[in-house]
Every structure is written in C-alpha cells, then in structure tokens.
Design a protein around this ligand. Structure first.
Ligand code: FPP
Length: 241
C-alpha cells in the first residue's frame, strides 16, 4: 500500500494486448485473454488500495473496425468475464456501471451488462465502470442530442446550455471526473476516451503492455500522479475533484 493519499477515480486505457502476444509468437486472442487476468488483478488491487472508482476502456466504438474474429474474441471474453467473475465482484462489494452505446450491442451482451449493474446496484465498495462500445465524441454527441431535444420541446433556451449542463447529460453524470488516467503500452494519446471528463485529469503513460500490468504497476503510476501538482487552472495546488 503506498504511503500517501490515493486518487478517488482512476481510469485505464488497457493497451498492448496484441503487441504482448506478438512478442511471444502467440495469437492476439491470447493477449486479450491475459489482459482479462491483468484486469482481475487490477480490480482487486484497486479495491484493496481504497480507490473509489475504476473506469476501464474495454471496447471502443472504433474497435468494430477490427477483424470479425477478434471482435468475436473480445465479446466472448466480456461474456465470460461477467459470467465467471460477477459473483466474486458482488461478494467483494464491487458496484458495476457501464458507459457507452449499449443499444448497438448484441441483445445477449446487453442483458449481461444490465444483469451486472442490477445485481451490484446496492454495493458500496469499488465502483467498476466498464466503458464498452464507448467513444467520448459519441458520448458528447448523445448529450448534445438530448439537450437539442429539450430546446426543441421548449423546456430550455439555447442560452441555458452550460458546461455543467452538458456534463449532466453524459453517460455517468453522478461520477466525479477521473483524477488519474493511465495508458499502458507506451502510446501517449487518449484515443477518444473520456475527452470531456479528462479536462483536468493527470495523464500517466507507462511502457508496460496491459497483460503485464499488476498491483505494483498501479502503485508506480499512482506514485507518479503524486509527483504532479494539480492546479485546475488556478494557482494553488489541491487534490481530488
Ligand atoms: C488493447 O490492446 C486492448 C483492447 C482493444 C481491449 C481491452 C480488452 C481487454 C483487456 C480484455 C477484455 C476485457 C473485457 C472485460 C472485455 P490492443 O489489441 O489494441 O493491443 P495492440 O495495440 O498491442 O495491438
């Protein structure tokens, strides 16, 4: 356990499964399977470390452009993750939330995601936010469409639209913005992940491929976060959001 205050909300772009597999002469699917093991370890560590919210980028709105076999693999892994791990997550007090465009998903996957949310709804341990079929621009566009409908219905004026109002129309408006966003695999970009919510997040990029990520890697990223000075556009550093 690190000897300092830990961020309330950590979000992770789990990248590098394919490269991890290629480096070992294994199929990409094997990298994703090992990625699920890293996810299990990370969820457990996050809960034990006292992180309140962990958001994971599990399937992006752009991942549909991958080969059909890889999409099938990823959907299969999500199905198995929920079927095999939901009971344990629930037992450990984890509350599952899902963000992204779920109406475009296969009805069976949608049902599993809803089951996970419903079963764990009353839990008060770690909140695990699964970003699935998620893209930040699409999320912001959905919010804009909701606001446009309100204006069209005469329930608000265009001049009433504020940043707070847009934030309230996003997929999980009750959750605080991430304090820390970690991306594995050495890539240094957000790739359409939480673009609105990342306005003041600290970004930490680590060279580790996702399947090798573990508690120690999480602690190292949090230690880096603690070396940053968060000013939120002002002059005096403060922590949390
Ligand atoms: C990036 O690796 C990872 C993904 C596209 C998906 C992340 C998925 C998992 C960790 C496993 C699935 C978990 C659930 C709950 C569905 P990449 O394939 O982009 O790696 P590369 O950039 O090295 O090719």
């Amino acid at each position: 356990m690190p000897g300092f205050e830990i961020p309330r909300h950590v979000a992770i772009i789990m990248d590098g499964n394919g490269r991890w597999a290629a480096a070992r002469g294994l199929p990409r699917g094997e990298g994703h399977r090992r990625g699920v093991e890293a996810l299990r370890k990370t969820v457990r560590a996050a809960g034990e470390m006292g992180i309140s919210i962990l958001t994971i980028f599990s399937f992006s709105a752009e991942n549909w452009s991958r080969p059909a076999s890889e999409i099938r693999d990823l959907m299969g892994l999500l199905r198995r993750f929920i079927r095999n791990d939901l009971a344990e997550l629930h037992q450990n007090g984890v509350k599952v939330r899902v963000i992204g465009a779920r109406e475009d998903l296969d009805p069976e996957i949608r049902k599993l995601l809803e089951e996970a949310e419903d079963l764990t709804h009353g839990n008060d341990g770690l909140t695990l936010v699964v970003a699935f079929n998620y893209g930040a621009r699409q999320e912001i566009a959905r919010a804009a469409a909701r606001i446009a409908a309100e204006v069209q219905a005469g329930r608000m004026e265009p001049s009433d639209v504020t940043a707070d109002h847009i934030g309230q129309c996003l997929d999980a408006p009750d959750l605080p913005d991430p304090d820390l966003i970690i991306r594995t695999s050495g890539e240094q970009r957000l790739s359409n992940f939480l673009l609105w919510q990342a306005a003041y997040s600290e970004l930490v990029f680590v060279p580790t491929y996702w399947p090798d990520f573990d508690r120690e890697a999480l602690e190292t990223a949090i230690a880096e976060y603690h070396r940053r000075e968060r000013r939120f556009g002002g002059l005096i550093a403060r922590t949390g959001s």
